[in-house]
Structure formats: C-alpha cells, structure tokens
Design a protein around this ligand. Structure first.
Ligand code: ZN
Length: 347
C-alpha cells in the first residue's frame, strides 16, 4: 500500500541532527516507558510527531497503545492522506497522519490508528471472502468501533489531566461515540467497569453514513475486485464468526482482559449488521454473477442482514426534476465520502 522511496531516506541516530528538508528515520522513546517507536520525516515532521507522542503519553491508555505499536515495529509519519486524517496499514506497518490537520484534531485520530496497530498485533485481522459476508461486516465494524472506543478513552484520560481539546475535537467529529462514553463515564464506576467503553462502542453503530461508506469500501469494492480478477470462485464465504468471537478478539483491555459488558450476541442483529438498500442489491448481483460464472451457491448470510431506511424521509411532494437533482447530489456526496473514507481503511 505504501510505496516508500526508501532511497531518499537515510538512517540517523536520534543524536544526529537532521538536515533541513531531508527525511530521516528516528527512534523516539515513549515517555515513562522503556519502549521506542520509529518516526519518519523531515525535521519539522519529527518535531511534530514527538510533540504528539509526548502529549498523548499523559494518558496511560495512549502509552500502552504506543508501546504495543512501538514493540510491533510500526513507523509513524506525516503524509498527505487524500481526504482523511490518518490511516494504519498492516503491510509495512505504517501509521500515517495528515499534515494538514491541527495537533488538537490529530490527537484522537492518532489514538484511533494506534489502536488499529494493536488490533493487528493481537491478530484481529481479516480474511476477505473466507468468512461469510455477515461475519465480515460484524468484524470490520467492530474493529472501527473498537478503534473509536480506544480513542475516546485516551481523550477522556487527557481531559481528566486538564488537556480538554482532544475530546472536544473528537466530539465535533463523532458526537454519538463521545456522548455515549461521557454519559456512562459520569456514573459511578462507569469507566472502571467497562460500561463507558461498551456504550461508546455501541454508539459507533448509530452513524448510518459511516456504515454506508464502510460497506462500500470493505465489501462492495472487494467484490468488484474479485469479479474483475476472476477470483470470486476462490472465495468460499463459509466461515462464520459470532459476536462473541469478535468481541473476545477486539475489545481488549489490559486491566480487565475485555471491556465489553453487554451480551456480544447483539452484534449479530439490528443496527449492528444493517446494510443499505443499494448494498444489498449489489451483494445479490455479485452472488448471482458468481453463481453464473462458477456454479457456486450464493452466501446465504446476506439474507440475515436487515436493510436500513435509505436516505431521508422527506414526505413533501417533489417534482421529478428536483428528485433527479437530489439523486445526483447524493451520488456525488457518496463518491466524495468513499474517497475520503477509503484512505482510512485499515487493510
Ligand atoms: Zn479506523
């Protein structure tokens, strides 16, 4: 995924000075730990990354996450990520942050991407086209919900230490997750019990737009690729994952083992697995075409996915022209958000 021009990168010790404009690889010790993490960039990038690490390290959760990423061999860098604030790639082990975003806004995204690195290190990665479509949806959504849960946990700890901007920025961008966390955290023992994290995790599924975008990039795009490359028949779609297995793998908590306090079975129905109308149509067409080409029966798990209300419920009468104009805009918005979210994919 990353096409690094390694020839222009020179190895430096942290004691060496970096010449202006030149890229360097630097090992940086995470404060209050014995672990270093690798930074890549020019003088300014390295200074900004150090600042981000130092500021994050005031949160115990963030320190833990950075240690796992550091030990796992992840490299942090700033690079333009088209329309997105950051990404974590398993191949090559890079955590990339957009240089266009202020440090305050980067803080929660950094914690989110660090968590993805931890997920990869704990082996919670994916087998596309091996699991049933429903199982894939359960797993991918849970990995995003868990990354946002980790991010709000870090921001909350920082806020308790007086650094309030990260949680305010996160709330601006993902109000459902942050409000769900804060509400449960206000109860006695809300954070210690895991309830605040569980509510934040569940809050992720209240954002239909985000779910729609992930359906397109995680599922539909992958199916397009399989048809294009003629590999759809190689995919058995027969491994079933339960909510319990997914929660056991993803909702890691170093103190409790696992933070999820609800019945993990909820991840197998309702809003947790609902899909858009267009997504369902695509799934059906894909499996029909796959059957025509290979004789293999469709994945029946798609019949278990509820379809969510599709775009708006404006009851006012509209002229045909107005409808067409709006439909065009929706397609454009969707394309824009796909481009934006595609960069946040984590595989
Ligand atoms: Zn993510």
């Amino acid at each position: 995924m990353h096409n690094k021009k390694t020839s222009i990168i020179e190895q430096f010790d942290s004691s060496n000075t970096i010449k202006s404009g030149q890229k360097a690889v630097v090992k940086y010790k995470i404060p209050n730990t014995d672990t270093s993490i690798t930074l890549l960039g020019d003088e300014k990038d390295i200074a900004n990354l150090k600042s981000l690490i130092d500021r994050s390290a005031k949160s115990e959760l963030a320190r833990e996450g950075m240690e796992i990423a550091g030990k796992g061999g992840y490299t942090l860098e700033y690079a333009h990520v088209e329309g997105a604030a950051g990404e974590c790639t398993k191949d090559g082990k890079f955590i990339t942050l957009s240089p266009h975003i202020t440090e305050n806004s980067s803080m929660y995204m950094f914690a989110h991407e660090i968590r993805h690195a931890g997920q990869f290190e704990r082996g919670a990665d994916e087998d596309f086209g091996i699991e049933t479509v429903k199982s894939e949806i359960i797993k991918f959504r849970a990995s995003e919900a868990d990354a946002q849960t980790a991010a709000v946990g870090v921001c909350y700890e920082l806020a308790l230490k007086g650094d309030k901007f990260p949680i305010l920025c996160m709330k601006r961008d993902d109000v459902k997750v942050v409000e769900a966390f804060e509400k449960a955290a206000a109860e006695k023992g809300g954070v210690e019990s895991g309830k605040a994290q569980t509510e934040a995790f569940k809050g992720w599924y209240d954002n239909d737009k985000v779910k729609q975008v992930y359906e397109m990039i995680y599922e539909v795009e992958d199916m397009h690729k399989a048809l294009r490359e003629g590999t759809s028949g190689d995919r058995p779609y027969d491994k079933v994952l339960t909510g319990e297995q997914v929660v056991a793998k993803l909702c890691f908590d170093s103190k409790k083992g696992n933070y999820f306090t609800d019945n993990p079975k909820i991840l197998e129905s309702d809003k947790y697995v609902d899909i858009g109308k267009t997504t369902l149509t695509f799934f059906k067409n894909y499996f029909k075409e796959r059957e025509d080409r290979t004789g293999k029966a469709p994945d029946k798990s798609i019949d278990e996915l509820p379809v969510r209300g599709h775009y708006g419920n404006n009851k006012l009468a509209k002229t045909t022209a107005k409808r067409q104009e709006e439909a065009k805009k929706r397609v454009k918005d969707k394309q824009n958000s796909i481009v934006m979210m595609a960069k946040q994919r984590t595989r």
